[in-house]
Design a protein around this ligand. Sequence first.
Ligand code: FUB
Ligand code: ZN
Length: 660
Amino acid sequence: MTAEPAPASREAPRARFRPPAVPQVDVRGFWGSRVDAVADKTADILYERCVEAGMLDQLDPDRPVPELRIPFMSMSPAAVTSGKPTFTSGTVTTQMFWDSDLGKTIETAAYSLYRKKNPELEAKIDAVIDMFAKLQQPDGYLSSWYQRMQPGLRWTNLRDCHELYCAGHLIEGAVAYYQATGKRKLLDVMARYADHIDTMFGPEPEKKKGYCGHEEIELALVKLARVTGNDRYMKLAKYFIDQRGQQPHYFDEEALARGSDPSKFHFGTYEYNQSHKPVREQDKVVGHAVRAMYLYSGMADVATEFHDDTLRVALDKLWDDLNSKQLYVTGGLGPSDANEGFTADYDLPNETAYAETCAAVALAFWANRMLGMGPNRRYADVMEQAIYNGAISGISLDGSLFFYENPLESRGHHNRWKWHRCPCCPPNLGRMIASIGSYMYGQAEGEIAVHLYGDSTARLDIGGKEVRLTQTTRYPWDGAIGITVDVDAPTRFALSLRIPGWCRKASLKVNGEAVDLQAVTIDGYARLDREWKAGDSVALDLELAVERIHAHPEVRQDAGRVTLKRGPLVYCLEAVDNPISLNRVALPSDAPVDARYEDGLLGGVVTLSAKAKADATADWGGTLYRTEPPKSEEVAIKAVPYFVWDNREPGEMLVWLRGG
Ligand code: FUB
Ligand code: ZN
């Protein structure tokens, strides 16, 4: 895992790469099972749990306005005694952003409907959409919270209250549902809302100079602009990006207008929501992790769409900072629960890692959008790292139980839950998994990039001509990838194939003829620029060696420790396979590690086995301390991919093993 060089060592084409829409890619194999679990189970579960939480009671204008279900997090003393919420600045209940949970649930359902018909779920989602349509005000405004729970307060607290964030998630849901079903009711509703937002915010003197405390609207507006072709939304996305952190600071002015003291901001610093300075001056990843990743995703989209190199430069500095000092080996991020985010360089505690599922999902979003500016494995490798480890660890194999935090060590009491008071993660991961096909490829004028490998068929668009690519592979368990090209007539395009940075030995053949990888590789992608004919075949072989990974010496929690990785997958020990206290185990640096595919285990996984050493306890009697070091005994260990942990009996789990 060596650091990748800064991008474009050789001049790469300045094409804009867009991800394919979800229905353009049918996934099978590894991702097929994951998407099926979401389509068969998660999508329905998300809807049902939103209903149980009371979200439709808050949304449906035909029902009476409900009591508050989830108390404000920092209520005034009067509110505590009366049990009634009193609005004070900085007070938040997660109920304020229920519209976002519904938006992500709609999005997950939409992608699931591509996979499998589910008329019952579709009817339920249609009914939710009808509620949103009915609730929408004549001016286009739409928020179940501000229209029903706190009327009269709209646009008074962008810093804390997620108003534009909710709009963003509903926009994403609307785009996906339109693409999945062809039904445009929610899309039209959200376009009207976006039009309204555009009348409220912007550089014109009469408009507010605000932006959301929780980024999300930016990337959503880009999606809306792409699907509607309406440039107004693209410009609004750029405005929100450009305006963030400018002086006078909007959140100060807004707080004063509410009668609040801006210096009493609960999180103390605007680093929390990345508005501490204008985005082009930011070079350090700070604050709330999901917010940061969503901001950078929006910045990357805007950089791509506007060919804005000033944003690109800032993004690369932020990328370097995250990857060189603040990212867990699992692609998890944001170690602290206090700010759900970043702390200090190299502070990566394992057992207490917050590493919210949403943050790893959002890192995949960011990485994917960096690829809009051209294929470069420095981004795609990290996208893969986050997706295969710290993101999908957040859902059980059957798609029914979830993690909010993704620690790298557990004593056995961190277990998957059914639902959460703040249920942001399950639908975020649901939508990511169900749309995985769109992360696998990028398409541009005369260009196709394959970012991720997996058994699948893609129907891509090259200047109006369809190119069908079929990947045949058992990846990530096996590194042999066959790709067949199918075109109606010979078509010239460049096919760029990622050669992952973790791969020490790769070989490539086109129609059986070896390709000199060094000669064709740009920024970690083998670029095959030729006229392709139906039946052309590409064979890519990526060696999946087992690697020992060491952390930078400044990561004190990992000092003297090692973890195992094979291809994109990080491994861990679980008590169920290793009946010994896991911190007694040390893996000698020369111990051979065997990889074996176990069909019947956890849906079929490659496990890693080795002979390790363990500190013996038998001769310690009742002594707690002694001058003689512990004796060493041999112990057989078996590691499983991190993402499958806690799918069997609960018990200890450990990613970073003591080295030997
Ligand atoms: O604030 C909305 C979402 O809830 C955030 O993205 C998560 O971190 C959680 O706080
Ligand atoms: Zn979350």
